[in-house]
Write a protein that binds this ligand. Structure first.
Ligand SMILES: Cc1cc2nc3c(=O)[nH]c(=O)nc-3n(C[C@H](O)[C@H](O)[C@H](O)COP(=O)(O)O)c2cc1C
Length: 324
């Protein structure tokens, strides 16, 4: 395992951004199966939960996912360090969540609240590095709100603490997911830091990635919601950045095939009832290109048997190609 989990950050152009409740082991496995060499990141893992209950389900992953960052959320130096030590046999990198805006997280001092306390983030990073010897990265936002946009000061502090790179989601906590990500601010940070900066926020296509890198001059891109419904996106961006080749977006046949694989693997992981419930959030992304997508989505989310979902998906395909 030691060799497989090694990471050469120099080579990383694309990062799969963590999406809690979405980018589970199956999601990450499929990104690899669709040929991406990106750095994978787990969903955020609570350091408190991991320390109190080191249940293997919290840290489920497949060896195929390497290189793999485990993302920790929390604000207590001792708990964050202990959690990182629990993860150290498996992690290529420990990523510290300094961006989560959700009330339950940020109002208890975790996630984006760490940006209000750069010296605490400094201590957490130093302690994890000392105790685990692993590289530590940081995922952050512009700041708490527009008045407190301290991303340059905060990122400089984590750089001094020894972080190996930062990923900047170019919105403040107050913005949540509203408005456009401000890529011009990522460009400001790139000029200030010596460590790599990865650009995050609103990169949903190859063209977005090219434009974002042109504006920011970042080391690479970190992509979350853009992967939904298209596991080939990361590989297509990597191909373009390394060879200049442009590969076509997947057609509906490929997307439906992806959806079927995703469904099958979630059913294997969670059982038919829970696997099907879990998959309901994904349908609209896979079928967004068809006429009447919302009608089909409403049908799909009521179905409780895998075989019936497959029947509807095949019907969608045959109607689509008949009308084409
Ligand atoms: C459903 C959802 C779950 C998320 N979970 C996490 C998380 O666990 N850790 C984290 O650092 N960011 C999390 N994020 C933020 C994303 O990683 C990313 O920064 C944000 O969505 C902007 O990038 P995008 O436009 O490429 O999606 C989450 C976002 C969404 C929409």
């Amino acid at each position: 395992m030691e060799n497989r989990k090694q990471i050469d950050i120099e080579k990383i152009k694309v990062i799969q951004a963590p999406l809690a409740g979405v980018s589970d082991k199956v999601f990450r496995y499929l990104i690899r199966k669709y040929y991406s060499h990106c750095l994978m990141t787990t969903e955020m893992i609570s350091s408190e939960l991991l320390c109190n209950n080191p249940n293997p389900r919290i840290i489920e992953f497949d060896e195929l996912e390497y290189p793999l960052a485990f993302q920790l959320v929390g604000h207590k130096v001792d708990k964050m360090t202990k959690a990182a030590k629990i993860l150290s046999p498996y992690a290529s990198i420990i990523d510290i969540n300094c961006g989560c805006p959700v009330k339950k997280v940020a109002l208890s001092g975790d996630g984006c609240a760490l940006m209000k306390n750069p010296s605490l983030a400094f201590d957490i990073i130093q302690s994890i590095k000392q105790e685990t010897n692993l590289p530590v990265s940081v995922k952050m936002r512009l700041g708490w709100n527009q008045q407190e946009e301290n991303f340059i000061e905060f990122a400089s502090t984590v750089e001094q603490a020894g972080a190996c790179f930062v990923t900047l989601h170019a919105r403040s906590r107050a913005q949540m997911y509203e408005g456009r990500a401000q890529w011009d601010k990522i460009a400001l940070l790139v000029k200030e830091l010596s460590i790599p900066v990865y650009a995050n926020g609103d990169i949903k296509t190859l063209e977005d990635a090219i434009e974002c890198l042109r504006i920011t001059k970042a080391k690479g891109v970190s992509i979350g919601r853009g992967i939904l419904g298209d596991f080939t996106l990361l590989n297509r961006i990597e191909k373009y950045l390394t060879t200049g080749e442009v590969f076509p977006e997947p057609n509906l046949t490929i997307k439906i095939d992806m959806l079927k694989r995703h469904l099958k693997l979630e059913i294997e992981r969670l059982g038919e009832t829970n696997g099907i419930k879990f998959m309901r959030k994904f349908y609209s992304y896979y079928i967004s290109s068809i006429k009447n997508a919302s009608k089909y989505r409403s049908i799909l989310v009521t179905i409780e048997k895998e075989s019936e979902i497959i029947k509807v998906l095949d019907e969608i395909l045959s109607i689509y190609y008949r009308n084409d």
